[in-house]
Design a protein around this ligand. Structure first.
Ligand code: AMP
Ligand code: ZN
Length: 463
């Protein structure tokens, strides 16, 4: 099977050749967990989940290792943890408790979107100073200082961009542009405005910190991914992914750190970047109120509708996230599920045309054309299996319902119908009461809308 992927490094679609076809390694920059993740954060998670599924299909499940990191220390996290800190535990533990709970929310959100768990989900704070032989941020920075790629200044350690002539190869920007684009801080302790922070001092009273050869402090953001990918994958790996916004400076700086540390010309062979998502034609922004969390979208739409809406646009294009788009996906899924039910289909094989479309740099438009064809005139067993493979079909929702006694089923349907009526008449107290009653019966409900915009509710037995 030939797999072609667009490589930001070369700006071309390339034939993918694994470094080791028994161990394909993919690293994707994950979320900063300080609050509910927004719907834009779900895009790389879903896109690279799709690629993970494809790689597992082509090379075998046990031959693909996928790491998606968690950034669990950063200024927003530190500030929030300090505000709620009661001094019962050290600040380092306070940020851990805060990020533990946001990570739990993140998992619940993306589980609902049909996302498989990656093989590794390393947390930045576990790779600062490990006290064992595994690569960590302190070891990495020490070596960069020894090699003359980094220098210490006023409690900070900075990467010296001038020490790496190849710097800028991924983003291909002229130096002046990079200075402007990075909005670099011109600090007196920097030798060059382009130099970026590897380590910075923490205030003992107000900020979390770790002991290091340069004093009590914390790492810069870019060094996290060099340490975690190096610890898990070694010097060079196959695929590195993330959103378009990360090309510069984050990925450029990861490359500088890792290539200098390992003495290699490349950190990863293929660099992949998803396009940006905006909401109803506007950039998402907390200050203008045009900000949508995954959790909020899940209150109105089922996970497979959201997943489909994310995959409908090619991953490198921008997405305009709209209610209209969600409605279209809802009816598309209904058609496919209807075709399956009408034919009482059973699982079969994944459609090979779907695999070849995916193998062409995740050509989802072609995948959907194949799905429509299967639903219309094609093999319905292949339709089920292909939808399941794409993370768009959850047969357990149907089979669980079948395990309920008929009278239980009827009771639940009545409660749901009553709740739809209560919502339609805007009697939200009654609709909440009915929701609680359903939850007490162990039923999970999912609200959505049909093609005409009328409210619908689907349900399943809580797993
Ligand atoms: P962050 O939590 O901001 O570090 O972002 C986590 C991941 O989500 C990164 O890969 C970002 O590139 C990606 N991301 C953030 N905002 C958006 C957006 N609006 N559209 C697409 N991807 C995004
Ligand atoms: Zn990263």
């Amino acid at each position: 099977m030939k797999l072609k992927l667009y490589n930001t490094l070369t700006r071309t679609k390339e034939q993918f050749t694994p470094l080791d076809d028994k161990n394909i390694r993919m690293y994707v920059c994950g979320p900063t967990v300080y609050d509910h993740a927004h719907i834009g954060n779900a895009r790389p998670v879903i896109v690279f989940d799709m690629l993970f599924r494809l790689l597992r299909h082509i090379y075998g499940e046990s031959h693909v290792t996928y790491a998606r990191n968690i950034t669990d220390v950063d200024d927003k996290i530190n500030k929030r943890a300090f505000e709620r800190w009661t001094k019962k535990q050290p600040l380092v533990q306070e940020i851990r408790s805060l990020t533990d709970s946001t990570l739990k929310q993140f998992h619940a959100d993306i589980d609902a979107l049909g996302v498989l768990r990656p093989t590794h989900e390393p947390r930045a704070t576990d790779y600062i100073a490990r006290g064992d032989t595994t690569l960590d941020m302190v070891k990495l920075i020490m070596r960069l200082v020894e090699k003359g790629n980094a220098y210490e200044a006023e409690g900070h350690v900075l990467f010296s961009v001038a020490s790496m002539p190849e710097y800028g190869g991924l983003s291909r920007r002229p130096k002046d542009d990079m200075i402007a684009g990075a909005r670099v801080e011109v600090a007196p302790y920097k030798r060059d405005p382009m130099d970026f922070v590897l380590w910075k001092p923490s205030n003992l009273e107000t900020e979390p910190g770790w002991d290091s050869p340069w004093g009590y402090g914390r790492p810069g953001w870019h060094i996290e991914c060099s340490a975690m990918s190096g610890a898990l994958f070694g010097d060079v790996f196959d695929i590195h992914g993330g959103g378009l916004d990360l090309i510069f400076p984050h990925h450029e700086n990861e490359i500088a750190q890792s290539c200098c540390y390992w003495d290699v010309p490349k950190m990863a062979n293929i660099w992949m970047h998803n396009g940006f998502l905006q909401v109803e034609g506007e950039k998402m922004s907390k200050s203008t109120g045009n900000f949508v969390t995954i959790n909020e979208v899940l209150k109105d739409w089922s996970g497979d509708v959201i997943r489909l809406n994310m995959l409908k646009t090619h991953y490198r294009q921008p997405i305009d996230w709209t209610v209209k788009g969600l409605e279209e996906c809802d009816s598309m899924l209904r058609n496919w599920h209807q075709a399956i039910e009408n034919h009482d289909a059973k699982e079969g094989e994944i459609n090979t045309a779907i695999i070849s479309s995916l193998s062409d740099d995740l050509n989802m438009a072609q995948v959907f054309a194949e799905l429509h064809a299967l639903a219309k005139t094609g093999n319905k067993n292949q339709l089920i299996t292909s939808l399941k493979f794409l993370g768009l079909y959850k047969p357990e929702i149907y089979s669980e319902k079948e395990t309920l006694m008929p009278e239980q089923n009827q009771k639940i349907e009545i409660l749901i119908a009553d709740r739809i009526a209560a919502r339609a008449s805007k009697n939200f107290a009654e609709s909440d009461r009915l929701r609680d009653q359903l939850i007490a019966l162990g039923i999970e409900i999912q609200d959505g809308k049909d093609a005409t915009g009328a409210p619908t509710t689907t349900w399943k037995v809580k797993g």
